[in-house]
Each structure stands twice: as C-alpha cells, then as structure tokens.
Write a protein that binds this ligand. Structure first.
Ligand SMILES: CC(C)(C)S(=O)(=O)N[C@@H](Cc1ccccc1)C(=O)N[C@@H](Cc1c[nH]c[nH+]1)C(=O)N[C@@H](CC1CCCCC1)C(O)(O)C(F)(F)C(=O)NCCN1CCOCC1
Length: 327
C-alpha cells in the first residue's frame, strides 16, 4: 500500500508548505504543515478558544463517530522560533494521500501562541520526525508515518517541495522520476529524534569544496537553510552588496544580484542549491533577504525548505537513513 499527497507553498515566499489531511468520520479536511523537525500531530479544534481559531479550519472530535478521547493525556510543545501550543489528545482515523491510519493520536489545541493564531495558512502540524520527540504525557504517541510504516509497501516517505509550485509527499514508494540525479543515502543519528545526518564539505558557486563537518537535520518545517556562521559568512563574502542587517536579523543584499549557488556534500555526492533559491524574499525596496542564514550556534544546522527545494529527499525509517537526489 502507498499514499501520495500534493503540497503547495503557503504564500509567495514559500514560507511553509501545506497539505490537506482528512481526520475523522465523516472526513474533516484540514490544511496542515508537514514537519520533519517535530513529532506531534496537532490541530486547531473545537477546544481552541474561538478568538484564536478565527480564520482557521478546526477539527471537532464530537462530530466524528471514530474519535476517542485519550483520558488523562496532554501535550505541550515549543518550537525553534519560540512559538508554542498545548492541549489534550484524541485518537481518530487520519487519511493522507489516500492512505488511512486508524487510532492515530490527534492532539487537540486548547492553547496556541500568537504566531499560530496569525498564520491562518495552517490549521496545525503533522510531525514526521522520530517518535522519541513526541510530547504527549504520560504516554508518548506515535507519528502518523510510524503508525503507517508497517502497512506501507516500504517504510519510506519522500518530500518534493518546489518554489512557487505544487510538490508532493509520497508514502511507501520512491518516485525517482521526480529527481534528475541518483539518490545518495547517508545514515541518520537517531539520538535527538530528528532526521539528523553529517555533511562533510561545502562549496560556493564554482569554487573548490571546503572540508567542514556539518551536523544537521532535514527539516521540512523550517523555511530557510541555517548553517554555521563560518559557512554563511564565506558565502555572503562572495555577494558584492551583502550586509548583515541587525533589524532583519540576517544577511540582505541587492535583489538584482546574481547569487552564487551553494553545494553541500551528501556522502560522496553533492546537492547544489541554485542561487535563485537563495534570493529568498524582498524585505523593502530593492533589498532582498537571503535563504541561507546562520544557525545561531544552536549546536545543530537545519537543512530547511531552501535546501529541500533543490532535491528529492527520501526519509527511510526502515534503514535509518536519509536519501538526497538533485532535482
Ligand atoms: C517566520 C519565518 C521568518 C518565515 S521563518 O523563516 O522563521 N519560518 C518559520 C516557520 C514558519 C513559516 C511560516 C509562518 C510561521 C512559521 C521557521 O522556519 N521556524 C523554524 C525556526 C527555527 C528552527 N530552529 C531555529 N529556528 C522552526 O521553529 N521550525 C519548527 C516547525 C515550525 C514551527 C512554527 C510553525 C511552522 C512550523 C521545527 O519543528 O521544524 C523545528 F525543528 F525547528 C522545531 O522547533 N522542532 C521542535 C523540536 N522539539 C524537540 C523537543 O521536543 C519537542 C519538539
């Protein structure tokens, strides 16, 4: 069995990617942000204060004949951008791309932080990181993919994200026609609950490859490519008009600049992010914000959407490995 669901950018900047998910019986369809950087499936619901839920599609468990409350269970999560949400837990049937999981933990939000209230492009998240990162207490819950994996043809899913265009999340199969190059696999380290891997080197434009070990995560829930300052400074050194803009908390440059590409090693191969994807978004007039920014020394780098857009990424739970293919 397999599943295939389209995704699309939430806005003109590719800030996040949205996929429709069916929850309950009869199906309640919610637009959700698939996030390989976290492990909770949570939704705006009939339990979310109506002032916070305005503009969002909600899940109403009482309208679903297959919903069950998980008594005594609660959840609470804080993300890298300090947004947060919390609430209680139901189980229900959750269908993604035609594949149904029964008894899936659906975490209902009784509290959401301002960023979530304001971001009406999503009605919650589908966490696709490892089960160990789930925040439900007293009993951790499994992700939708973890529950699905034993019934899928293969215990894998792929992310195909595109700039200002539809893409897909495929479950149980790998559509290699989505890629232009071969898939190179690297092992993941599972200790932190992420799809975490090491990249041994990088290159800027047509320059020589520089040895630099990057410990990073493949994270569809993070918009940008966040790497060590050494790499980021070296990159913008090659961009004539680039400067670090304190107010924007990142590097900006003239929108008319022809940005160099950025390549990172995946095993013995490299993935090249074209400069066009690093010219991320206008901030004002003809100043643009870079899609490559610092990981602020949080101790881990994040290969977010700017990097993932350049590739077909294979999340292979069965073999505990990550595959990258140039698109
Ligand atoms: C807002 C923005 C300027 C466009 S942005 O570039 O910051 N984009 C946000 C995502 C976004 C897009 C659109 C509207 C609102 C928010 C972004 O990239 N946020 C990252 C920023 C970051 C990461 N690290 C440092 N900073 C983030 O928190 N991403 C998390 C998912 C987000 C959360 C907000 C809503 C959208 C989805 C994430 O899950 O990918 C994560 F990995 F970064 C993360 O925080 N994972 C939580 C891991 N914990 C471990 C312990 O147990 C609990 C879970």
């Amino acid at each position: 069995q397999t599943g295939s669901a389209p995704n699309h950018p939430s806005d003109s900047e590719d800030d996040e990617y949205i996929t429709n998910v069916s929850i309950g019986t009869p199906a309640q369809v919610l637009p959700l942000d698939f996030d390989t950087g976290s492990s909770d499936l949570w939704v705006f619901s009939s339990e979310t204060p109506s002032s916070s839920a305005r503009g969002h599609t909600i899940y109403t468990p009482s309208k679903s004949s297959t919903s069950k409350k998980v008594s005594g269970a609660s959840w609470s999560i804080t993300y890298g951008d300090n947004s947060s949400s919390s609430g209680d837990v139901y189980t229900d049937t959750v269908t993604i791309g035609g594949f149904s999981v029964t008894g899936q933990a659906v975490e209902s939000a009784t509290k959401v932080s301002t960023q979530f209230v304001q971001d009406t492009s999503n009605s919650g998240l589908v966490g696709l990181a490892l089960d160990s990162g789930n925040t439900v207490k007293p009993t951790k819950q499994k992700t939708w993919f973890s529950n699905a994996s034993s019934h899928l043809a293969q215990p894998v899913f792929t992310a195909d994200l595109n700039h200002q265009a539809d893409g897909s999340y495929n479950f149980g199969f790998i559509d290699t026609t989505l890629a232009s190059g071969p898939i190179t696999y690297v092992p993941i380290s599972t200790g932190n609950g992420f799809w975490e891997f090491t990249s041994a080197s990088y290159a800027i434009g047509g320059g020589s490859s520089k040895k630099h070990s990057t410990d990073g995560i493949a994270d569809t829930g993070t918009t940008l490519l966040l790497l060590d300052d050494t790499i980021v400074d070296a990159y913008y050194n090659q961009v004539e008009s680039a400067q670090y803009d304190d107010s924007q908390e990142g590097y900006t440059f003239d929108c008319s600049e022809d940005l160099p590409s950025f390549s990172f090693a995946v095993g013995s191969s490299t993935i090249t992010v074209p400069g066009s994807l690093i010219n991320f978004a206008p901030v004002d007039g003809n100043t643009c914000f870079g899609g490559l920014q610092s990981d602020d020394g949080i101790g881990i780098s994040i290969f977010g959407d700017v990097a993932i857009k350049a590739a077909l990424v294979v999340f292979d739970l069965g073999n505990k490995r990550l595959g990258w293919a140039q698109k």
